[in-house]
Design a protein around this ligand. Sequence first.
Ligand SMILES: NC(=O)c1ccc[n+]([C@@H]2O[C@H](COP(=O)([O-])OP(=O)(O)OC[C@H]3O[C@@H](n4cnc5c(N)ncnc54)[C@H](OP(=O)(O)O)[C@@H]3O)[C@@H](O)[C@H]2O)c1
Length: 239
Amino acid sequence: MIGAGSRRILITGGSAGLGLALAKKLARHHKILLSGRRSEAEVADALPRGAGYIVADQTDPEISTLALVRGIRDFGWDSLDNAVLNAGIGVAPGGGFDSTEAIRQTLDVNLLAAILQAQALFPLLEKSRGTLTLIGSVVHSGSATIPAYAASKAGLHGLARALRAEWSGRVAVQVLHPGPAKTDIHDKAGFDPGRMRPLFLEANDVAAMMASAIASRRSPATLSWARYLGGGAYLGRRL
Ligand SMILES: NC(=O)c1ccc[n+]([C@@H]2O[C@H](COP(=O)([O-])OP(=O)(O)OC[C@H]3O[C@@H](n4cnc5c(N)ncnc54)[C@H](OP(=O)(O)O)[C@@H]3O)[C@@H](O)[C@H]2O)c1
């Protein structure tokens, strides 16, 4: 039940950025299990106290999905209240065009892995009548300079619509579309936002909006300046 506390919450891509900010916020009241591509030793100091961690590198969608499911079982969980599929990358195209390798990597990590994870996690979510949350982006509707990334996020939008209909009454499904936020994703992508960077929202504020959007189960939800200025990081439902 929403608001009951001590939910079992899985967040992929929980070792940095928005996923880690969300985990820190929710760890005050809930049980948290995170996944990421780095080793536990590399990320341990950053994780919230008591959170579990699974190494699942989504560069290989199939193997990482198996690792995720095994890790959840080894952690002793046989159900999930929330799965937040947040892990993502961008790759800035050189000369205006993505290489085949960059396109494949972007789609594998951001989209194919999420589809496989959604399918694999369905039985665990169904046990708790839980919620699957896909983290998209405002660029899902199309954005110059990052076409493969935008396509991967458009794919998540379509996936959410399809699963929301298919799983209706069994597992809630939503897609959240954050606007630009101050995380390291742009640097990792080789993309310099330049003078736009100071205008990006703080990761903690986006994470707060993610938490209340997850509690509301609404879909799709855009988490950008408009929602922030409407009090979205401070008002609304709490998980
Ligand atoms: N920041 C923004 O402006 C923005 C805007 C809209 C949407 N989003 C979306 O929000 C989500 C989180 O982004 P962020 O800004 O928090 O980025 P971030 O700071 O780079 O964090 C991304 C997370 O995903 C993990 N990850 C990357 N590649 C992975 C892989 N191959 N396998 C497993 N985990 C992997 C990262 O691990 P490492 O720590 O090892 O890199 C990290 O934990 C992404 O889906 C992104 O597309 C971000």
